[in-house]
Design a protein around this ligand. Structure first.
Ligand code: NAI
Length: 283
């Protein structure tokens, strides 16, 4: 099978980014969202980003037009009938995601791969909602998708080698690097990143160092491009807390307990940049 036709489900922050890089890399892309408004917004965001790339001389006007010509909105999930791979990037909710996987299994052709961009739902659980667990896989992009060069390719318990190879090759065709990860809470990226952020919050809570100094330690001392508290504000403190809870539930190990200060900020509505306040204040 050669992957040529891609359907992306969810036109939000991640889905629109995935649809964009696929269309720019020569795939025919159908983009679907449950909400018409979100679908229109997702496509408008792609157009805006491509336009910006043209104005900065990163791509030609022709490349922009070609990418947009390969991108089509899909009003219904039934359009999955035309795809070689469906990439799901909808709300991070187990039940909603398993519901979508069972529908995709019914609509998508037999050869199609069903992939998820989930940050925390076990791929094995999504696979169990289908009759093709060998062809279900995680394709975890980083945010912002057009910029970040990594894709974690996550093998569920039954994911077959052919599916893994196809998806890893697709990631490379998008000019990304694929890493092979087995299904496990937090996969690899969040398993490593989130406890570091959580530890930075403990360091702050205990008064060991200030917000700015904690970030400076990691930027200047460890060569991180961004300090952990700034990064947490960008990701969203609610998301950080949620993923720590996934790690704690999944491993049952107290080393993953979320820092009380992180929980306190989330309870206060200090969710980071998107809320105007997290560890820092934003205008
Ligand atoms: P988002 O909230 O920006 O977009 C989600 C979109 O899914 C919305 O447009 C919503 O209308 C749509 N949607 C919800 N239920 C639907 C359904 N049943 N059918 C079709 N569309 C539906 O969320 P975002 O940030 O793009 O996240 C999407 C997925 O990507 C989540 O699983 C998240 O965990 C994962 N992810 C997010 C990252 C991030 O930094 N935001 C990074 C890596 C993964």
């Amino acid at each position: 099978m050669t992957i040529q036709n891609v359907m992306v489900i969810g036109a939000g922050q991640m889905g629109a980014g995935i649809a964009q890089v696929c269309a720019q890399s020569g795939y025919n892309v159908l983009l679907h969202d449950a909400k018409e408004e979100a679908l229109n917004q997702g496509i408008a965001n792609i157009e805006k980003r491509l336009e910006r790339s043209v104005s900065k001389d990163r791509i030609s006007e022709q490349a922009k037009q070609d990418a947009l010509a390969r991108l089509q909105p899909a009003a219904a999930l039934e359009n999955a009938r035309q795809c070689d791979i469906a990439i799901e990037a909808i709300v991070e909710n187990r039940d909603v995601k398993t519901g979508i996987f069972s529908k995709l299994d019914a609509y998508a052709p037999e050869h199609a791969i069903l992939a998820s961009n989930t940050s925390s739902v076990p791929i094995t659980e999504l696979a169990a909602a289908t009759n093709r667990p060998g062809q279900v896989i995680g394709m975890h992009y980083m945010n912002p998708v057009p910029v970040m060069p990594l894709v974690e390719v996550i093998r569920g318990l039954e994911t077959n080698d052919e599916t893994y190879k196809q998806v890893a090759a697709m990631a490379y065709s998008l000019s990304k690097t694929a890493v092979e990860v087995n299904d496990s809470p937090g996969f690899a990226a969040n398993r490593i990143l989130m406890p570091m952020i959580n530890e930075a919050v403990f360091t702050l809570q205990e008064g060991t160092a200030s917000v700015e100094d904690i970030d400076t330690v990691m930027k200047l001392g460890m060569n991180h491009p961004m300090g952990p508290l700034t990064l947490a504000d960008f990701i969203g403190l609610d998301t950080c807390l949620f993923i720590m809870e996934v790690l704690q539930d999944g491993f049952g190990d107290s080393k993953y307990r979320p820092c009380p200060l992180l929980r306190k900020y989330v309870n206060a509505g200090w969710l980071g940049k998107k809320a105007g306040r997290g560890f820092y204040q934003y205008q």
